[in-house]
Design a protein around this ligand. Sequence first.
Ligand code: ADP
Length: 698
Amino acid sequence: MSSPGRLREGGARGWSTAPHAWVLWWAAALVVVFFLASASVWLAPPQSSVAAWWPASGVAVALALWTRRDRLPLTVLGIAVVTTLANIWGGRPWETAVGFGVANACEVVVVASFYRGASTPPGFSRLPDLGRLVLAAACGAGAAAVVAGVTVAGLDPSASVTMRAVFASHAAAILIIVPMTMAHLPTRGHASRQELVVQSVVLALVVGAVFGTKGELPLAFAPMPVLVWGAARFGVRIAAAQLLLSGIAMSLLTTAGRGPFPYAVASLDYPPETVGTLLQAALVASALVSLPVALLTDELAASLTRARTSAETLEGVMEAATQTAIITTDPVGNVTSFNAGAENLLGWTAADVVGHATPAWWHDADQLDRRASEAGMAPGLRVLVAPLEGDSASDRRDWVWRTRTGEELIVSLRVSPRHDAEGRRIGWLGIAEDVTRNRRAEQVLRSALDRERDAGQRLVELDRAKTDFIASVSHELRTPMTSVIGNLEMLLDDSLGATSPAQRLALQRTDRNARRLLMMLEELLLLSRVEDGTFDLRVRRTDLVEVVEQALHTLDVARGRSGVEVEIHAPGEQVELDADAEQVERAVMNLVSNALKFTPAGGRVDIRVRDEGATVSVSVSDTGVGIAPKDVDRLFDRFYRAPSAVREAVPGTGLGLSIVRAIAERHHGSVTVDSRPGQGSTFTVRLPTTQGDEPAPA
Ligand code: ADP
């Protein structure tokens, strides 16, 4: 049968894609079935009710396996019709012809049912493919035999002879013809063309000698070893082809009355159908011997090729890894391979070390001893592989290696067990990378970090000592300063006697400066309390408007001494929040006094109190000198004063804004600034209306 494979398009299988061409092929295959069937009927032994061979069934099954599933019923019908017609044309009564047509159709249905989930056409490259074909052929031929037996039972008392003959001829036809038409037939490329020619000639000679002669000697088995030779050397495709061709030759010669079977049957006085049955049984036997050999040889060749390819890949990888040491050992640690990377790293060649024991060769002996005693075992291979419980790969571990020249290396080594196909351990695989430079860099980095951390620690301690010092100095100075102010007050209200106007002027100046000094001491004390965490808030329900008014009152801005107009903008009702009123007042005072200090006469200061729902805010805007953008980030640092403030000798300590921020943050709030040089600044303190139980961190 011609290969219909050329009809396939775009990788689709079977006759599913070419819209009209399949009809031609389908019809051609049915015509072939018709002529093969007719020829078999014509050539049937004269006294026999069935043909001696039936290649039509092989072609019919192949046609069914190439047909798309949905066209199978049509194909089965076609086969039934053409085989019936062939039998009628061959001179059989029409009842018998119809029975045989049904038998052929049944056979095709049964065989096709074995290939329901398979591709179209099915593949034939592995032993299970042969198993399926043999089973399908046995069942299909069995079905045909039963239907044919029932058909002839009325005419012929020896229906069992018919059944045997039908079974053998159909099974042989399927096994010999169908493999040739299946997909993925492998061909082995190892044997030479000359050998194929020699083997084919030998096969032709043996078939000719055994089946072409008078055949006094029953040598029917003789072609079998030659077929097996072909199967073992040239693969499934050629084995199937030789099986088909020699089967055709043997059948034709036997039909012509030559070869061992007619002779044996005549001499033993068996019924004439037995000639065909014996021949077909011999063909089935040949197929069952040569096809498995061919398939197994192909599978073996394929797995050998796979094994060789992966061995070559592995070897390539091992040699290409010039910076990675890949070392294999046997189960007791004797080196079996040593790649180029290992040679580069250690300085020995593979020839030096293969066959010698690791780890003694290059591992640092002291480290091995130390780790062995830590693990409670003798120094040796076990120290490296003991962690490999459960045969998994070990974790990476750093080891010290010594090169041939005595240089010390730190390597990151991963050891894993090697197993053979049966799962037996055949040794160990070690993969190591030189990490000396990385580890040394890490070491340097680590000690630099340690030094940094120590320095940081010392700075923190110094800072704490300084804060303690400021706190105790401020505390110690506050009491004498309070006493100085008290005495100045007494002098000023003349309780210690009358003072002259000049003395009074001096006393007033001294009083002002003493009060500034006291204020500064208090600010310092407050800041150091915030920093060491001993600053407590006395939180209660507070009206922010009242707090702001109180701050302005304390600052005595109403007198307008600075020539700057101050105005409060507040909602009509109270703006309540949980807060330490005294501290919030201090914050507002700092902001307003800054605004007054940095706003020239004729300017104005606006204080806005807002209720924003979950938060409240107070913002102090002035039309003063403003702040350069580069200074804004540092305003809240302790003792920071903008260069312009220093230049203009504006009085101040640089503590005010740090205190404002400390107070805002202790209330879980914030302070922000928005300023433009020459146009003025706005400082806004925003506080939540309620304080949780959790105090804000100092
Ligand atoms: P002090 O006012 O005692 O110098 P502060 O911490 O209150 O210290 O302020 C720090 C610096 O911030 C001031 O020296 C000043 O340069 C700048 N500054 C604060 N408020 C204003 C303002 N309203 N306008 C312009 N500059 C200001």
